[in-house]
Design a protein around this ligand. Structure first.
Ligand SMILES: [Zn+2]
Ligand SMILES: [Zn+2]
Length: 171
């Protein structure tokens, strides 16, 4: 990643937005560009990055309207089997952003991160009929036969207190 690329997307000079200019956005954002303090996006941004298009316009002296469209293939864990699963994202973002007065520039990265956070899909499945992981032996049931079906786990773990079991024997 060239520094020039980073500088460009990190800070957009507010002076460029004066006079009703619609400042165009058209670039790719990569995992390295993101701050991602909570590591929520860790591993979810593909190597080829995500495409950001749209434009910025000045609302007033303190705010910039960010009109953004983010597309690309993110990677999420399947909710059932935890396999990395491609997810086609197609997110629209239309929010005003405060201008940091000391910078006189807009940092677009937090807007991109916010867009990715708020649009996070509730549940991604690798396929609609994903069989998930066996809670007994831990195999991915899409690829392997369960290893524990002969020994019936339900008896080991039926929630009965062993002391109660002992008591039952006495009765
Ligand atoms: Zn799955
Ligand atoms: Zn099993």
């Amino acid at each position: 990643m060239s520094l020039a690329h980073l500088e460009f997307i990190m800070k957009i000079e507010i002076s460029e937005l004066r006079g009703g200019v619609h400042y165009p956005l058209d670039f790719r954002v990569y995992s390295d560009d993101l701050i991602d303090d909570n590591h929520e996006l860790n591993g979810r941004i593909p190597d080829e990055g995500l495409q950001v298009t749209g434009h910025l316009s000045l609302v007033n002296r303190h705010e910039v309207m960010v009109d953004m469209h983010i597309t690309g293939t993110m990677v999420f864990e399947c909710a059932r089997c935890l396999q990395p699963t491609p997810y086609q994202c197609d997110y629209v973002y239309h929010e005003s952003s405060e201008i940091n007065p000391s910078l006189e520039a807009l940092d677009i990265i937090p807007c991109i991160e916010e867009c990715l956070y708020i649009n996070e899909p509730f549940r991604v499945l690798c396929k609609p009929d994903c069989k998930g992981i066996c809670p007994g032996c831990g195999v991915n049931l899409n690829f392997e036969e369960c290893q524990c079906h002969q020994s019936d786990h339900s008896d080991d773990d039926d929630g009965i207190d062993p002391r109660m079991e002992a008591l039952k024997k006495l009765l």
